[in-house]
Write a protein that binds this ligand. Structure first.
Ligand code: F6P
Length: 543
């Protein structure tokens, strides 16, 4: 398909956008003054999420050109290729079908001629039965005690999604169960996670697509040793360990009964897997019904992305705006600013989703991409960020597009808290867009010397995403919105958003260096002088 798509710089809309960006001189203050309807016109809504994108540096012409760019880049065709199970992850020769994970039973999606939807629901049913048993205190540990603690061991997509979703939906979780997440190969992570736990009441979910990831397997072996130190008998493993993986062989090699394995498929990328069996911890926490509601939210946004016209299509609009700032304004980052404490891990989750997907420098045909790709995503929940890094967003020299995420209703209404929280969302977006001129500062009687310091230039773009309440369904829609936003960006840049070769080199080098660190005789070091020196220093000073 990419054969028919012209290189980025040759697409007419790209050329037109380049010229247009150079002539777009009006700032947001002027754009709003010239058009009283702007704040209601540049909005779109789907699946309970209202997107106000009016405070972006765009005009109607910008929008039309961006939509034209989407068409010339084959967004509709690529989107259809993904939804119909074509092997769009070309470097790994795989379909990209996280959308099948939330497809209703009645749908059918073919991969290599086989409908994958029945298998998805088979696993969901198995997960539901298991989750219900644990939640009811009927899944017993080896000594007959009910499970009270669930520890998910995984890393990357096998950790960030589960931990984010657990935190996001904690309100809906069963409070007599405790949940813990171990990811880092730093032993401290494991030791602290199990510090107060009793092995007799603890269940480990070993979550790894490949079941070979160094960090996860090391932590899983430590968990096994910790469990057996108290329970002694290897048969105990069956009661205290389940596996979530695509690799049956490695699971049984580890000693986990494959009857206690929850599978998924190579067409689910790690960073797109939180709604597969990888979400088992989420399902145990919030229950199968809430998990299904979350899947329904994902699905509803999938349908919106697939069918809504591009000018009303939330993921497409957000993706195009990110391309606009990344490539025409040299913006290097996107700040994710959820004004919802339960979404505290959402920025960290989005970091893998966005940066592992679009941190690519070659196009699908292997040539160097002609524009900047994958911006750096980062952020913190509001209002904490306001007392830390917002100074730079308001008055620094860099352009940082922001996504504010807020809710009309608080899950924990407490006095005036929620009004104060939301007043800050609206105020921050307003301040960034419109700033404060020197005239306004002077009119406040500020001394001349201080005026430049108190000026806010404004013209700093943001999206505001406003929803009613953080429910499981809403969370699903919100995540799918960003998944498809990332997809849209990748299509414009003609890159493969679904491989991650960039993580390989470091893994290989670390394996070799580990042999040197663990050598019983002084190793013969053949690295560069810096690496040799660091290793020698480490070996000389370690205990
Ligand atoms: O960091 C590379 C990566 O392959 C991610 O894409 C993935 O989410 C993570 O490692 C964990 O992989 P696995 O689930 O196979 O342990």
């Amino acid at each position: 398909m990419s054969d028919t798509i012209a290189p980025l710089s040759q697409r007419p809309a790209w050329k037109a956008l380049t010229a247009h960006a150079a002539t777009l001189k009006q700032n947001l203050r002027e754009l709003f003054a010239a058009d009283p309807e702007r704040g209601t016109r540049f909005t779109a809504e789907a699946e309970g999420i209202f997107l106000d994108y009016s405070k972006n540096r765009i005009t109607e012409e910008t929008l039309q050109l961006l939509l034209q760019l989407a068409k010339e880049s084959g967004l509709a065709e690529h989107r259809e290729a993904m939804f119909t199970g074509q092997k769009i992850n070309t470097t790994e020769n795989r379909a990209v079908l996280h959308v099948a994970l939330r497809a209703p039973r009645s749908e059918s999606i073919l991969v290599d001629g086989e409908d994958v939807v029945p298998a998805v629901h088979e696993v969901l049913d198995k997960m539901s039965a298991f989750a219900d048993k644990v939640r009811a205190g009927k899944w017993l540990g080896y000594t007959g005690k009910p499970i009270r603690n669930v520890v998910n061991i995984g890393i990357g997509g096998s950790d960030l999604g589960p931990v984010m979703a657990y935190e996001a939906l904690r309100h809906y979780s069963q409070r007599d169960l405790s949940f813990h997440f171990v990811s880092n190969v730093d032993g401290t992570d494991f030791v602290e996670a199990v510090h107060d736990l009793d092995p007799e009441e603890t269940l480990f979910l070993v979550a790894s697509k490949t079941f070979t990831t160094l960090e996860t397997m090391t932590n899983a072996h430590s968990a096994r040793a910790w469990t057996l130190a108290k329970l002694k008998q290897t048969e105990a493993i069956a009661n205290h360990f389940v596996a979530i993986s695509t690799n049956e062989k490695e699971v049984s090699k580890f000693g986990i009964d494959t009857a206690n394995m929850f599978g998924f498929w190579d067409w689910v990328g790690g960073r797109y897997s939180m709604d597969s069996a990888i979400g088992l911890s989420t399902m145990i926490a919030i229950g199968p019904d809430n998990f299904r509601a979350m899947l329904d939210g994902f699905y509803a946004m999938d349908v919106h992305f697939r069918t809504a016209p591009l000018e009303k299509n939330l993921p497409a609009l957000m993706g195009l705006l990110t391309v606009w700032y990344t490539d025409f304004f040299d913006a290097q980052t996107v700040a994710i600013l959820p004004y919802e404490q339960y979404l505290k891990r959402f920025p960290a989750y989005l970091q893998q989703l966005t940066m592992e997907s679009n941190g690519k420098h070659v196009t699908l045909d292997g040539t160097h991409v002609e524009a900047e790709t994958g911006p750096i995503y980062w952020g913190e929940p509001g209002t904490n960020g306001q007392h830390s890094f917002y100074q730079l967003i308001h008055q620094g020299t860099r352009l940082i597009p922001c996504d504010f995420i807020g809710f009309s209703k608080s899950i924990n209404p407490l006095g005036r808290h929620h009004g104060m929280l939301m007043a800050n969302v609206f105020a921050q977006a307003e301040a960034l867009a419109f700033g404060k001129t020197a005239e306004q500062v002077k009119a406040e009687g500020v001394a001349d010397a201080l005026v430049p310091h108190k000026v806010f230039e404004g013209n700093r773009p943001s999206n505001v995403l406003l929803a009613e309440e953080l429910t499981p369904r809403l969370l699903g829609s919100l995540i799918a919105l960003y998944e498809h936003n990332v997809f849209t960006q990748g299509v414009i840049w003609s890159i493969n958003s679904f491989d991650q070769w960039g993580v390989e080199l470091g893994k290989v080098l670390a394996t070799n260096i580990l042999k040197e660190l663990e050598s019983t005789t002084p190793p013969e070091l053949k690295h560069d002088s810096s690496t040799n020196n660091l290793i020698q220093r480490y070996l000389a000073t370690k205990a």
